[in-house]
Ligand binder design. Structure first.
Ligand SMILES: [Zn+2]
Length: 179
């Protein structure tokens, strides 16, 4: 089976188990001081460092509850470059822990690299695929085709991520691999 396109992903453990105390202390979106910092590494995707940084920057510009920072040591979002023609994808828990694989074959087909990176990061921020969605969404992935160059989340996508991290949403302790 050769699944292609941006993102075969299974987001594991979407259920939000927020400690009761945390719920009481912080209403969603009400606490501007609650920022979750997630560290990502792009050193294993040397051809796409600039595009990955731009994809992360686009998320940082759209949300305030979570912040993506590049740092190799102890990064919980680790981005790799592959060329197996399988399409780009991520294994993630949807809580800021994941391995992202950017497929150079897919890039050669004309898909926008920054869009791919931002899409896969979106999974790591808890968003599911929406292949039938418009180009204005990141999570429509390969759906709108190679002509789609949108590299920024839609307002709705940003709002969902904002909500996902509104209570601090601490990263899970273990990466669960699950395609
Ligand atoms: Zn995807």
């Amino acid at each position: 089976m050769n699944v292609r396109g941006i993102g075969r992903v299974v987001v594991v453990a979407m259920a939000l188990t927020v400690p009761l105390g945390a719920q009481l202390l912080s209403a969603p979106g009400a606490d501007a001081a609650s920022v979750t910092t997630l560290y990502y590494s792009s050193s294993d995707a040397p051809d796409y460092v600039a595009q990955i940084d731009q994809g992360a920057a686009n998320w940082n510009a759209a949300v305030t509850d979570v912040k993506l920072v590049k740092r190799d040591s102890s990064a919980t979002i680790v981005i790799h470059e592959t060329n197996d023609g399988q399409g780009s994808y991520t294994n993630t828990d949807g809580h800021g822990n994941g391995q992202i694989y950017l497929d150079s074959t897919q890039v050669a087909e004309g898909y926008d690299v920054t869009r791919i990176a931002a899409h896969e990061i979106g999974h790591n921020l808890g968003l599911p695929d929406d292949y039938t969605g418009p180009c204005s969404e990141l999570m429509s992935g390969h759906g709108p085709g190679t002509s789609c160059k949108n590299e920024k989340p839609s307002a709705q996508e940003a709002a969902t991520v904002q909500r996902n991290f509104a209570n601090g949403f601490a990263p899970a302790t273990a990466v669960r691999t699950f395609r």
